[in-house]
Design a protein around this ligand. Structure first.
Ligand SMILES: O=C(O)C(=O)Cc1ccccc1
Length: 300
């Protein structure tokens, strides 16, 4: 490996994750962007220290949360203990149907499940009943479509992937909503500093860029009314604005089916009193919790 800053992303090259990674780490002279095969592998290479950073899709404005990322953040096997979020990037996402020849010849479409979830209307109208095959990323889908020269296979992916894998455009801007946007997280190991990334530190003063934080927690009892409301009330009491809430099946030892791990994002800077205060509240009011990082709010 080189002495550059290494950044892992969901490949192969020309995925949306690749585009988001280029936005977060634009300087090619100091950053080496490394494609890996799965979102989980992005987390694993950062945890292992093989790469200093990783970029993962977190949520889409049309189709919602990215389950593979939430699953990794849940860290149910306790093998990603040092992962924290240290940045976010918004990427406007325009999808294309890419293949060879004519739309009428397409028998199957490959893509990432998120991309299918963002193009349902177009498929219903233009390719009803066509087989949809979920693969690890949109760029992998484009690569697979390019290997079938019959014109029966197509991919939902971005223009960059179409160009990279020599595909023709059979459908343009096929996303359900034109404001379709994906938010990506930049992850790193806890305690490692932010060197190498083009992140401007906030001035910490009045009017400076706002901070965001992510925590995960489980509540003491799923049978008592108000267990979750009590925890959320702590944020309200300290005047901390919540910006997202997600949940996944807990599946940890001692947890039963339909008991959840919650993820809450809230505004505030890591060094603010309210933020450290609410982390103290979580210590008291939850069954278990984890601080998953703080970062400067990204531009949409
Ligand atoms: O498959 C990709 O290109 C990714 O980076 C995941 C994804 C898929 C669809 C929209 C945004 C991100």
């Amino acid at each position: 490996m080189t002495d550059k800053t290494h950044v892992a992303f969901l490949g192969p090259v020309a995925s949306y994750s690749h585009q988001a990674t280029r936005l977060a780490f634009p300087d090619e002279a100091v950053n080496e962007l490394i494609p890996v095969k799965t979102i989980r592998e992005v987390f694993d290479t950062v945890q292992a220290g093989t790469t200093e950073y990783g970029v993962v899709p977190f949520e889409n404005s049309t189709h919602g949360p990215v389950s593979m990322t939430l699953d990794a953040l849940a860290d149910r096997q306790d093998d990603l203990p040092d992962i924290v979020v240290c940045g976010e990037v918004y990427l406007g996402v325009h999808h294309y149907l890419l293949g060879f020849g004519h739309l009428g010849n397409v028998k199957r479409a490959f893509s990432h499940p998120q991309a299918f979830g963002q193009t349902t209307k177009w498929f219903k109208r233009h390719l009803p009943g066509v087989e949809t095959v979920e693969v690890s990323s949109t760029s992998r889908a484009a690569e697979m479509a390019s290997e079938d020269k019959t014109g029966e296979s197509a991919a939902v992916a971005g223009l960059m992937a179409g160009e990279r894998y020599g595909l023709e455009v059979l459908g343009s801007k096929i996303e359900d909503r034109e404001d379709n946007t994906t938010r990506f997280f930049v992850i790193r190991r806890k305690g490692d500093d932010g060197e190498g990334q083009e992140r401007k530190k906030g001035d910490g003063g009045e009017g400076g860029p706002k901070g965001k934080n992510l925590v995960s927690f489980s509540v003491g009892s799923h049978d008592e009314p108000g267990a979750l409301a009590d925890v959320l009330g702590c944020f309200k009491q300290r005047g901390l604005n919540l910006t997202s809430i997600n949940s996944v099946p807990g599946l940890r030892e001692g947890m039963r089916p339909f008991e959840y791990l919650f993820f809450v994002e809230f505004e505030g800077k890591e060094d603010e009193e309210g933020v450290s205060g609410v982390l103290g509240d979580l210590r008291e009011k939850t069954r278990g919790w984890r601080y998953l990082g703080g970062w400067e709010k990204g531009r949409r």
